[in-house]
Design a protein around this ligand. Structure first.
Ligand code: PMP
Ligand code: GLN
Length: 393
């Protein structure tokens, strides 16, 4: 038996080298260690609807989902996902062949990359990107091609997108509403993206986990545009919409051939996930419109509270159109390095935030950007703002 590391070769393979610990884990650990207010990682400090939690408890007690549920997800949830797509977006999916339940959107992204990419395939994504994108593209052996969204509006440069497409481009990985900038793609932008995808025969994976958190404009699934139904994998998740991020229930909706491909990868990642929670989320997706409206209007109010507070505290604030994140710049404080700023923020004023700089390949592009979440109680955010106001003195 060999012992230790063979010949000094690192344990972590080349594909994953450099990925280290996710910034969310790093910053949440810092918040716990220092007792700071955590406006970093995007998880609510108040659980979602009680009736949904009770539905999960009922499922546990009744023995529904305590043993392996079906690989693609329980039929009740697949039907609820299809009905939700129809109710909010007028889209029709067959629950048996065109819906796949995953362990959160995270697994849906991973399984999509692993299923759809050959080594060397290029994937175009707008940076700053959600951190798992780069890792999942790398695990699949793909090559990421970043296109930079720039402050203050973070609108995509669609001419740059056109120029970035090469014969090796396989896939566009899009996120709207966009974490961390809060940018929401418009119908015109989506139409151009769709035209390019069709013209170059590209697949598109769309991360729509903030679909119910749009404050300006509207969420339009790319898959609803002409030519996109058969080439788009649409991803969403219950975590954000129902404020149960720990349950990790996500899903994809797509044409049967794409679902079948992604399911092939998914079945060897987790096989299935979260049986009893699937029953609860099937109920959550059927909550009345008033739930979704109240959720959005609560978060809109919180966005305004935090955006105004951060501006008063001295940050340059880029007001988001969607999601529950606000991107700011620390230049007004005479500071440039977001990561260094976030590492010292807890000791300086007892608040944790996320440096957007880690979501860019171009280190200069987001160097001074810091993200705060507003999925916290109003009084908690007010205290955080008070503390942050001390930064200027
Ligand atoms: N995509 C984006 C853009 C996110 O912000 C998150 C975090 N919720 C995820 C994917 C992962 O979602 P989940 O927790 O459902 O895996
Ligand atoms: N989506 C959450 C955020 O952006 C983090 C989820 C995670 O830690 N993986 O804050």
């Amino acid at each position: 038996m060999t012992q230790g590391r063979p010949q000094g070769r690192p344990h972590l393979n080349r594909r994953l080298s450099g990925f280290g610990t996710t910034i969310f884990a790093e910053m949440s650990a810092l918040a716990v260690r220092t007792g700071a207010i955590n406006l970093g990682q995007g998880f609510p400090d108040t659980d979602g609807p009680e009736e949904i939690r009770e539905a999960a408890v009922r499922a546990l007690r009744d023995g529904r989902g305590n043993q392996y549920p079906p690989g693609p997800g329980i039929p009740e949830l697949r039907t609820a996902v299809a009905d939700h797509q129809h109710r909010f977006h007028g889209l029709t999916f067959d629950p048996d062949t065109e819906v796949l339940v995953t362990a959160g959107a995270t697994e849906a992204i991973a399984a999509s990359m692993l299923a759809l990419l050959e080594p060397g395939d290029e994937v175009i994504a707008f940076e700053p990107f959600y951190d798992s994108y780069a890792a999942c593209i790398a695990m699949a052996g793909g090559v990421r091609v970043p296109l930079t969204l720039r402050a203050p509006d973070f609108r995509p440069d669609l001419d740059a997108l056109r120029d970035a497409i090469t014969p090796r481009t396989r896939l566009l990985l899009l996120n709207s509403p966009h974490n961390p900038t809060g940018m929401v793609l418009t119908r015109e932008e989506l139409a151009t993206i769709a035209e390019l995808a069709v013209a170059h025969d590209l697949l598109v994976v769309t991360d729509e986990v903030y679909e119910h958190l749009v404050f300006e404009g509207e969420h339009i699934p790319l898959i609803s545009l002409p030519g996109m139904r058969d080439r788009t994998v649409s991803i969403s998740s219950a975590g954000k919409t129902f404020s149960y991020t720990g349950w990790k229930v996500g899903w994809i909706t797509a044409d049967a051939s794409l679902v079948s491909a992604v399911r092939t990868a998914k079945q060897f990642l987790t096989y299935v996930s979260a049986g009893p929670f699937q029953y609860a989320i099937a109920e959550a997706l059927r909550l009345p419109d008033t739930y979704f409206e109240a959720f959005r209007s609560d978060l809109r109010h919180k966005r305004d509270l935090l955006a105004d507070g951060l501006r008063t505290a001295g940050f340059e604030v880029y007001r988001p159109q969607g999601t529950y994140f606000i991107t700011t710049d620390i230049a007004p404080f005479g500071e440039k390095d977001a990561h260094a700023f976030c590492r010292t923020l807890p000791e300086r004023c007892g608040v944790v935030a996320i440096p957007n700089s880690v979501f860019y390949d171009d280190p200069e592009a987001g160097r001074g950007q810091v993200r705060f979440t507003f999925c916290k109680r109003a009084d908690v955010m007010e205290t955080a703002i008070e503390r942050l106001s001390g930064l200027r003195t």
